[in-house]
Design a binder for this molecule. Structure first.
Ligand code: SAH
Length: 240
């Protein structure tokens, strides 16, 4: 446990994120619960607590390096959150976030509910439904200040699954790999159709790993045309 605590402490300092002792304990408890449940729920591809901590939690926290992104008091929707990444680490680090987690698989939602309770994070909503369906609900469409997704799909697909939830002027941020630039080039039509523009593309080193995450920050300029997102499965099958 002490080793993990040091990894978290050094890692979050490298990212310029400050956490209290209690927040660090919560972060490590989250890592522990995710790892325990992972053996039978397949919540993440990471197989050890250290990998979950570095590649999952610290990766999530890279978003705090974007100075255009203000989290305090904002509403954030995390689409395809799986075991809660990046939404839960962001909420632990910034408790005033109004967090909503979207996850289509019921057993994963059950894990999220029990984990949020164990972590003492109460004001978080878990919605167990596909994003394509939820995005047409008037109470959710164009309602969020911020949206995010990690490991959900290609940029063209995730734009369609997330942008409809954003209010105009709201920001979407995505965690991408080495192909980020190419994905952005290929997403020009999707950006146009969904009335969005790129604000920033930023490579951030993951502490203790050779890998880098590219954060893609996008601003929504105008309301999403009503047909989007299309029916469940179509954004993936025929991306914009
Ligand atoms: N964001 C997490 C999980 C990525 S795996 C992480 O970074 O570890 C992608 C998750 O998205 C899966 O749990 C899958 O069930 C969910 N998902 C895929 N398509 C979805 C959709 N259209 N609506 C809601 N959830 C979806």
């Amino acid at each position: 446990m002490d080793k993990l605590k040091n990894v978290l402490r050094e890692g979050r300092a490298l990212l310029g994120v400050s956490l209290s002792e209690e927040q660090e304990e919560r972060m490590l408890l989250f890592v522990h619960l995710l790892n325990e449940a992972n053996h039978f729920l397949n919540l993440t591809g990471f197989r050890t607590e250290e990998d979950i901590l570095v590649e999952g939690v610290l990766d999530s926290l890279t978003a705090f390096t974007l100075e255009d992104l203000v989290f305090v008091g904002k509403s954030l929707l995390d689409v395809g959150t799986g075991g809660g990444i990046p939404g839960i680490p962001l909420k632990i680090a910034c408790p005033s976030l109004k967090l909503t987690l979207v996850e289509a698989t019921a057993k994963k939602c059950h894990f999220l509910e029990t984990t949020l309770r164990a972590l003492g994070l109460e004001d978080v909503d878990v919605l167990c439904e596909r994003a394509e369906t939820l995005a047409h609900h008037p109470s959710l469409r164009e309602r969020f200040d911020l949206v995010t997704a990690r490991a959900l799909g290609g940029l063209r697909e995730i734009l369609e699954l997330t942008v409809p939830f954003l209010r105009c002027g709201g920001l979407a941020f995505y965690y991408k790999g080495r192909e980020a630039k190419k994905e952005v080039e290929e997403a020009q039509r999707a950006l146009e159709v969904l009335r969005c523009s790129i604000r920033t593309l930023r490579e951030v080193a993951i502490p203790f790993r050779p890998r880098k995450t590219t954060l893609v920050l996008i601003e929504k300029k105008a309301p999403t045309p009503l047909p989007y997102p299309r029916r469940p499965g179509i954004p993936k099958k025929r991306p914009l």
